[in-house]
Design a binder for this molecule. Structure first.
Ligand code: KG4
Ligand code: ZN
Length: 372
């Protein structure tokens, strides 16, 4: 089955063609991130305008790259939420128009669930991540998925596909929410801390790069950031206090009117970046492993932009090895962790629920277990 996926939930305009939910035939992503870097964060209005500018060329390129004949296309899948309303509308209205014009079924997709399906994709052009710990080609259920992005942090238990075409058992959806952030998402914490450190947007990759420059031999500071809620007996997270703790340290160490670090303090910036990354990843790994043990799962799946973080990838792999666990670990290649449309098409294949093109609408506030 050939599915055209369309993704426009935030600042990426993406289209992809995927065969049988696993084989990427084309995957095109246009990002307006450089524009948002200038303003230090996403301006929804600017993101939506860029979506309008890019959507048709991106869809055209995805079709041309795999020489797809429209008559061979089985259906169109599109992200309906969560996300920025203006950005979502561009993808949904484009998909609706194409579905009507080409007379194809349309499948609404939950963006957060789609991120998890990066673990089912086998990209021929991308290397298998060296962090992966499995001999299985695809995840096996039950599985724990950690979905960590710019706006969300959720730990879920999957007993099967999220919302499979034929009801398996009595429950409709097969995703159970175990916990999530009570305030800021993990990616948001990276982004806000990077802002405090004057490292630019998006903060995750910027902090990761700065942290790599930290050398323990240069250590002149002793700052230990909290690992929020690491001991709590649940699967919740809280990251907003971490950003406040970083701000406090920066103010203490740079007693100027401007509470941001300058290049004069590059050693401190590298050290704080290292410590921020350690704090966030320690908590994410601890709770994910604890959930995997409690529910005796066969697979752990990482998903979302923050899953591109190399320290998180390394740490979860070491933790599984240290626990001598037989759990299969799946971590998508970094390019499939961040927003793209191949995940949307894959999710649609495994959760095939076409609806009438007239009925599709955006759902900006959708949660990971929310119905589309
Ligand atoms: O999933 P995503 O591409 O978009 C959303 O759905 O939000 O995630 C974007 C988030 C941003 O907060 C970004 O800073 C973070 O993912 N991110 C990273 C890395 N790459 C992207 N965080 C940590 N390390 C990275 N290498
Ligand atoms: Zn995303």
């Amino acid at each position: 089955m050939l599915i055209l996926g369309i993704e426009t939930s935030c600042d990426e305009t993406a289209a992809a063609v995927v065969e049988d939910g696993t084989k990427i035939l084309s995957n095109v992503v246009a990002s307006s991130v450089k524009m948002h870097a200038k303003s230090g964060g996403i301006i929804p209005e600017v993101a939506a305008r860029e979506q309008v500018r890019c959507i048709l060329p991106v869809v055209d390129a995805a079709i041309a790259n795999c020489k797809l004949k429209i008559e061979n296309l089985d259906s169109i899948a599109v992200t309906v939420g969560p996300g920025l309303i203006g950005s979502l509308l561009v993808g949904v209205e484009t998909a609706r128009t194409l579905a009507y014009t080409w007379n194809k079924p349309i499948i609404p997709i939950n963006h957060l669930v789609a991120h998890i399906y990066a673990n089912w994709l086998s990209p021929s052009s991308l290397p298998t991540p060296d962090t992966q710990l499995t001999s299985q080609p695809h995840p096996q259920f039950p599985a724990i998925a950690l979905a960590v992005s710019g706006g969300h942090t959720d730990l879920v238990l999957m007993k099967g596909h999220a919302c499979p075409p034929k009801p398996e058992g009595r429950r409709r959806g097969k995703i159970r929410w175990l916990g999530g952030t009570r305030d800021d998402a993990a990616g948001e914490c990276f982004d806000k801390c990077a802002r405090v450190l004057g490292l630019g947007y998006p903060g995750g990759p910027a902090i990761s790069t700065a942290a790599e420059k930290f050398k323990i031999s240069n250590l002149k500071f002793k700052i230990e950031l909290p690992r929020p809620m690491i001991e709590s007996n649940d699967f919740d997270f809280s990251f907003s206090g971490l950003k406040t703790a970083v701000l406090r340290e920066v103010k203490k160490l740079t007693p100027t009117t401007h509470p941001r670090l300058t290049t004069h303090n590059s050693q401190l910036t590298h050290y704080l970046s290292f410590e921020i990354q350690e704090a966030i990843t320690d908590v994410l790994v601890e709770k994910t492993i604890r959930a995997a043990e409690k529910y005796k799962v066969k697979s752990i799946l990482l998903a979302g932009g923050v899953a591109a973080n190399s320290r998180l990838r390394e740490k979860i792999k070491s933790s599984i090895i240290n626990h001598q666990s037989s759990i299969n670990l799946f971590i998508p290649p970094p390019a499939l962790c961040t927003d793209n449309a191949a995940i949307v098409a894959s999710c649609a294949f495994f959760n095939y629920k076409p609806i009438n093109w007239q009925k599709i609408s955006t759902q900006p506030g959708l949660s990971i277990t929310g119905e589309v």
